[in-house]
Design a protein around this ligand. Structure first.
Ligand code: FES
Ligand code: FES
Length: 301
C-alpha cells in the first residue's frame, strides 16, 4: 500500500510539507517548530480554548473551531489550518478591531482563542443570535475581562453579516492510506473493509476517532502513539443517511455535525448535545469515539 512520509496541509493559505512525528500536537508544532506563538497554551486538555484554531477538512465544509492542544499532526493532513496570525490580512480582522475598541481584552491571553472561535461562528452564520455567540464561546475561558464586553464586540460585528475567511482547498481524497512519519505509523483507511484489514494486521495500534479524550494524554506528554488507526477517513463511518423515520449517523460523524443535521427537529436532543464539551470539542469528538473510549465522563454514553 502506498505511503507518505511527510504531512501535507495548508497553514494560513501557504502549502506545508512537514516531517515530524504524527503524534506531535498541532499546538506544539505551531509554537515550537513554526514559532507562531499567537495560539496559546492554557490547560492543554481541551477546556480553556486558548489554543483555538480553525480547521477545514473538506473543500466545501468551511472552517470550524478546534482545540489545537489535543489535535495530532496526523489528523490535519490534507486540511486547511488557519491561526490567529492568518486571520489578519493587510489590516486587523474586524473582530480584532471590535475587541480592541470595546475593551474586550485585558491581559490578552485568552483573546486569540476567543477571536478564532468567533471568526469560526461568523464565517458560518450570518447574523448569529446572542445565544449562538454564547454557544460559540462556551469553550473559551476568560479570567480577567468578563464575557459581557466580548459578547458586545461580537454583536457589533454581526450587524455587518458574514465575515469572509480565506478560501479553502482542503481534500483528504488524495492522501495515501499510510502515513509513515518519523517513527510513527498513522494509518487512515478509507473504507470499512480496509479498516478491518488494518485492525487485524495491527491489533495493538491505537484506534483514534476525534482524539478529544486520547489527545489529553498526548498533550500532557503522558503517552506516545507509535501506531494509530484513524477512523476519520473511513467513508462508511462518515455517512449520515436519512429515511422517512430515521437518521443513521456513522461512528466517525462528529457531535457538531449531528447537531447541525438534527437542527430544530428534536429540540430536547439538540439542547442536550449543546451541553457536550464546547463547540471546539463537538467539532472534533465523534459519536463512535465517545462510546469506544469508554470514559466514565463521556457525554454520549
Ligand atoms: Fe486549553 Fe487547548 S490549551 S483548550
Ligand atoms: Fe485575560 Fe481574558 S483577557 S484571560
Amino acid at each position: 500500500m502506498a505511503s507518505q512520509n511527510n504531512i501535507n496541509f495548508t497553514l494560513n493559505g501557504i502549502a506545508q510539507n512537514v516531517g515530524c512525528r504524527a503524534d506531535t500536537t498541532v499546538l506544539e508544532w505551531l509554537r515550537t517548530d513554526k514559532r507562531l506563538t499567537g495560539t496559546k497554551e492554557g490547560c492543554a486538555e481541551g477546556d480553556c480554548g486558548a489554543c483555538t484554531i480553525l480547521l477545514s477538512k473538506q473543500e466545501d465544509s468551511g472552517f470550524s473551531a478546534v482545540n489545537s492542544c489535543i489535535l495530532s499532526m496526523g489528523q490535519i493532513a490534507g486540511c486547511d489550518v488557519l491561526t490567529v496570525e492568518g486571520l489578519k490580512s493587510e489590516t486587523y480582522h474586524p473582530l480584532q478591531v471590535a475587541m480592541a475598541e470595546n475593551g474586550s481584552s485585558q491581559c490578552g491571553f485568552c483573546t486569540p482563542g476567543i477571536v478564532m472561535s468567533l471568526a469560526g461562528l461568523l464565517a458560518a452564520t450570518s447574523d448569529p443570535s446572542e445565544e449562538q455567540i454564547h454557544d460559540a464561546l462556551a469553550g473559551n475561558l476568560c479570567r480577567c475581562t468578563g464575557y459581557k464586553p466580548i459578547v458586545e464586540a461580537a454583536l457589533k460585528i454581526t450587524k455587518g453579516g458574514l465575515v469572509a475567511l480565506p478560501k479553502t482547498t482542503s481534500s483528504m481524497a488524495g492522501l495515501d492510506e499510510v502515513l509513515d512519519s518519523h517513527g510513527t505509523q498513522f494509518y487512515r483507511p478509507k473504507t470499512l473493509s480496509h479498516l478491518f484489514e488494518r485492525r487485524a494486521a495491527n491489533p495493538s495500534a491505537i484506534l483514534l476517532g476525534g482524539g478529544t479524550d486520547l489527545g489529553v494524554a498526548l498533550a500532557e506528554h503522558e503517552s506516545e502513539w507509535p501506531e494509530v488507526i484513524w477512523t476519520g477517513a473511513v467513508q462508511e463511518l462518515r455517512q449520515v443517511t436519512e429515511s422517512k423515520d430515521n437518521w443513521t449517523f456513522g461512528a466517525a460523524v462528529t457531535w457538531q455535525e449531528m447537531l447541525t443535521k438534527i437542527g430544530d427537529a428534536y429540540p430536547s436532543l439538540s439542547t442536550l448535545i449543546r451541553r457536550f464539551g464546547s463547540t471546539q470539542i463537538r467539532n472534533m469528538g465523534t459519536i463512535g469515539g465517545n462510546i469506544g473510549t469508554a470514559s466514565p465522563i463521556g457525554d454520549g454514553p
